[in-house]
Design a protein around this ligand. Structure first.
Ligand SMILES: NC(=O)c1ccc[n+]([C@@H]2O[C@H](COP(=O)([O-])OP(=O)(O)OC[C@H]3O[C@@H](n4cnc5c(N)ncnc54)[C@H](O)[C@@H]3O)[C@@H](O)[C@H]2O)c1
Length: 378
């Protein structure tokens, strides 16, 4: 780890020094977010990463975890006995998932539901029996699709944008807030996460579980195994570094859809602050993202990738909009900002530069996984 990265984590080490015997289980701990959290926390606590290595590329995290002092368990959250075998912990951070919003469309929803929902129930019951707090990574996709598509978006330059000063229930120029209307379909992925949130609330009420829920927008950074249906920032950069094809998909195929992006290290900082003093965060459900200042469209992402890599890929266009596609999501984190000192500190340039450097440095591992092929993203 570089000096800068170590300095960034200094606050985290300070807090973990206060609880040096803490034992933390990170489910999905070989995944993108899980491995970053596990490695950060292992500098001051005993950390176990449990993962079934379903996501291609997650196996690349194993040497990193070992070198960082994280114990690895090849296990599955769908099997309660795999969790039991870890024994009691002080905290479980649930980062395992089938994380694609397109999962289950045109195929069986079996794995998605079993992993995201039954797996979460197994985590809850494990905590009920053994004790321990929970940090749950939920998603912005709990907000329903139709109301997001109905936002009064118009094209402004290379992106869709809301009219200046416009606002409605749970939305404004700052983005989508927790008060956004919840009626309507939200994708099977979003439904498993919302159902998980409801169950967490019941375990809090019935069994005194302490839990924090973070509804993350797009999270990006090094070690994200970007693929067509999840992790588009890493995928876009990987295609520009390794070659291959990219295509704008959905909403006319113009590449104007917008997301906000958060650096994974900023998410680690937030989780560290939540762990440091869980009581004031217990029961909170927060939007977590980079916000309007860190939002971009696919057209803007392509321009940034061209500038970083010097590579100019021909961009395809696929106008068809898939059932779970949304044209715009920006996290309004006002409620979280009012409750905490946490703010995203690493902007878009930082996120793209860190991810680009990783792709170049680790090319020999990553090119077989993330290179080539045709990719289209909505
Ligand atoms: N990355 C994002 O932009 C983003 C945004 C919103 C929410 N989230 C949520 O954050 C969490 C982590 O996402 P990520 O980006 O790190 O995804 P990821 O796919 O990189 O990591 C998930 C890990 O879970 C593992 N896994 C899958 N099924 C499992 C099972 N049944 N048992 C044990 N392990 C299993 C996978 O092998 C993978 O290593 C997920 O819950 C995801 O829904 C991520």
């Amino acid at each position: 780890m570089g000096v800068r990265a170590a300095a960034r984590l200094a606050g985290l080490f300070t807090l973990l020094a206060q609880a040096p015997n803490m034992k933390i289980l990170v489910t999905g701990g070989a995944g993108f977010i899980g491995s970053h959290l596990a490695l950060a926390l292992a500098r001051g606590a005993e950390v176990v990463a449990l993962d079934n290595l379903r996501r291609r590329g997650s196996e690349l995290a194993l040497p990193r975890l070992r070198a960082g002092g994280v114990a690895f368990v090849h296990g599955d959250v769908r099997a309660g006995e795999d969790l039991e075998a870890v024994g009691p912990v002080d905290l479980l951070i649930e980062c395992s998932a089938e994380p694609s919003v397109h999962a289950g469309y045109g195929g069986s929803p079996g794995y998605l539901v079993n992993s995201n929902l039954v797996g979460l129930i197994n985590c809850l019951d494990y905590l009920r029996r053994f004790g321990g707090d929970l940090v749950f990574l939920s998603t912005s996709r709990v907000y329903p699709i139709a109301p997001l598509r109905a936002l009064p978006l118009g094209r402004r330059g290379d992106r869709l944008a809301l009219p200046p000063e416009a606002a409605g229930p749970g939305w404004s120029g700052s983005g989508i807030a927790e008060a956004f209307p919840m009626q309507g379909s939200r994708s099977l992925y979003g439904a498993t996460k919302l159902a998980a949130e409801l169950l967490i609330e019941e375990y809090r009420a019935l069994y005194g579980l302490r839990a924090v829920i973070n509804r993350c927008g797009v999270v990006a950074g090094p070690w994200q195994m970007g693929k067509v249906d999840q992790g588009f920032i890493a995928l876009w950069l990987a295609r520009h570094v390794f070659g291959g094809r990219l295509s704008y998909s959905g909403f006319g195929g113009e590449g104007v859809q917008v997301r906000d992006v958060l650096h994974v290290a900023d998410l680690c900082d937030l989780v560290a602050a939540q762990i440091e003093a869980l009581a004031p965060h217990d029961g909170q459900v927060s939007n977590v993202g980079g916000g309007a200042a860190q939002s971009l469209s696919l057209l803007e992402l392509t321009a940034a990738c061209r500038a970083l890599t010097g590579m100019r890929l021909p961009m395809g266009s696929d106008p068809e909009t898939r059932p779970a596609d949304i044209p715009y999501y920006v996290s309004d984190c006002t409620a979280l900002f009012q409750r905490t000192q946490w703010r995203p500190r690493r902007g878009l340039d930082h996120i793209l530069a860190d991810t680009h450097r990783w792709l170049v440095d680790e090319r020999s591992w990553l090119e077989p996984i993330m290179g080539g092929g045709r990719a289209s993203i909505a």
